[in-house]
Design a protein around this ligand. Structure first.
Ligand code: GLA
Length: 361
C-alpha cells in the first residue's frame, strides 16, 4: 500500500507512506519517506523514529548517515539504544526517578542504575504514534494518559518532521491538562562516514558552549555549571572527537567517554547553533540548531558490538554519536536550571534542525 503525494521536487519535498510491519500486539507501523534535494529521510511511527537519512558526500556519493535496523524487529528487540527515537516524557535522567510538583512527590520508573532514563520503562520511543502527511513531511501525534509511567497529566505531543534542501527539521509542540514536567528530544545516532563505517572518533566537533553540567557517578548533574576552558569538554574551537576522549579526566571516566550536557550560548527559545560535526573522510558536515538551552553529546559509549544493524555489523563502541538537544538532565530537581515544568493552558514549542552540507578537501 503506497500513498504517494509527490509534488514538484524543486519547491517541495515528496512524501510517501508504506507499511513497516506490526508490533506484537498487532498494531500496524508505517514508515514515511521524505525526499528533496540533498536529503532523503525515513521516519516510522514506532517511537516516531528516524530510520535513515541519506545525504551525498563531497563527491556526490550518497550514504545513510544514521544507525538503526533494516526492519521493525530490530527496533522492537532493542530496549537500550533508542536508535532514532523521540524520547519522552523526560529525555535523559531524573535522579532516583523522584521529583515534586506543588508539594506532591512523584515516582517514575528506575531503569538506569538508581535513576530514571528517557521517560521510563515504556517511554515514547516504544509507542506507536499516530501520523499524517503534511507539506514537506509528516506529523506524529501521541497522547500519553495521566499517570503514564508515573507522570502527572494527560500529555498531547505533536512532533512534525519536515525536509528542506539538505535539512531535516523537527518541530515539537506539547500541552498538558495537569502541571507536569517534559523534556523531549530526538536520539538519532549519526556517523557522517556512513552507517557501519567505523567509529566517529576521527570526526571533528564544534560545540558553541562555555559551560557544561558535570555529573556524579550515576550521570546525574551535580548542579554546577562548570567552565569548559582547559578541559577535554572544550569544543568551542573544532576538535577531533577522539583526541582527548582517553584523557585522564574523572568526568570522561564516569561516562566511558562523552555523555554530558553542554550549556548552549544564547537564549532558550531562540534558534541557535548547537553543534557542528565534520567528517574529513567524506567531507560531510552536520550542523545542528535548536531552541533548547542544552545539548547532550553522547559518543556512543555503551555500544558494545551486540546490536546488529542495517549494515549487518555489530555496532561497536563509538560507532555513532548523538546530539540530543534538550533541557538539562534532572532539571525537576535543580530549580536553578531552565524549567521543564509545563502547566495546563500552555503550549511548549521547540525546534531542532539537522542540516547536511559538504566541505571540499
Ligand atoms: C543517552 C544517555 C546515555 C545512554 C544513551 C542510550 O544518550 O545519556 O547515557 O543511556 O542515551 O544508550
Amino acid at each position: 500500500m503506497l500513498l504517494s503525494m509527490t509534488t514538484a521536487m524543486a519547491a517541495h519535498g515528496a512524501v510517501t507512506k508504506a507499511a513497516f510491519g506490526t508490533t506484537p500486539d498487532g498494531t500496524a507501523v508505517d514508515i514515511y519517506t521524505l525526499k528533496t534535494e540533498g536529503i532523503e529521510a525515513r521516519i516510522m511511527t514506532y517511537g516516531a523514529r528516524v530510520v535513515s537519512i541519506k545525504t551525498p558526500d563531497r563527491d556526490g556519493k550518497v550514504a545513510d548517515v544514521v544507525l538503526g535496523y533494516s526492519a521493525l524487529d530490530g527496533y522492537l528487540e532493542d530496549k537500550t539504544t533508542y536508535f532514532g527515537a523521540i524520547v519522552g516524557r523526560y529525555g535523559n535522567r531524573i535522579a532516583f526517578g523522584k521529583f515534586s510538583i506543588d508539594g506532591h512527590q512523584y515516582q517514575v520508573p528506575i531503569n538506569n542504575n538508581a535513576n530514571s532514563l528517557h521517560g521510563g520503562t515504556v517511554g515514547f520511543d516504544k509507542l506507536v504514534w499516530q501520523a499524517h502527511a503534511v507539506a514537506d513531511g509528516v506529523e506524529m501525534t501521541l497522547v500519553s494518559k495521566d499517570g503514564d509511567q508515573g507522570y502527572p497529566g494527560t500529555l498531547t505531543v505533536h512532533v512534525r518532521y519536515t525536509i528542506h534542501h539538505g535539512a531535516l527539521r523537527i518541530d515539537y509542540s506539547v500541552s498538558t491538562d495537569k502541571t507536569t514536567v517534559v523534556n523531549l528530544t530526538n536520539h538519532a545516532y549519526f556517523n557522517l562516514a556512513g552507517d557501519g563505517k567505523g567509529t566517529i572518533l576521527g570526526e571533528e566537533l564544534t560545540l558553541p558552549a562555555d559551560q557544561y553540567t558535570p555529573v556524579d557517578s550515576g550521570l546525574i548533574p551535580t548542579g554546577v555549571l562548570a567552565p569548559v576552558e582547559g578541559t577535554p569538554f572544550d569544543f568551542r574551537k573544532s576538535a577531533v572527537i577522539g583526541a582527548r576522549i582517553h584523557d585522564n579526566s574523572e568526568q570522561l571516566k564516569i561516562a566511558g567517554g562523552y555523555d554530558h550536557n553542554w550549556v548552549l550560548r544564547g537564549k532558550s527559545g531562540e534558534l541557535k547553533t548547537a553543534a557542528r560535526v565534520y567528517d574529513p573522510g567524506s567531507g560531510r558536515v552536520l550542523t545542528v540548531t535548536t531552541t533548547e538551552p542544552g545539548v547532550q553529546f553522547y559518543s556512543g559509549n555503551f555500544l558494545d558490538g551486540t546490536k546488529f544493524g542495517k549494515a549487518q555489523e555489530g555496532y561497536g563502541k563509538n560507532a555513532g554519536l548523538c546530539l540530543e538537544t534538550q533541557h538539562y538532565p534532572d532539571s525537576p530537581n535543580h530549580p536553578a536550571f531552565p524549567t521543564t515544568l509545563l502547566k495546563p493552558g500552555e503550549v511548549k514549542h521547540s525546534t531542532t534542525t539537522f542540516t547536511f552540507t559538504t566541505h571540499a578537501k
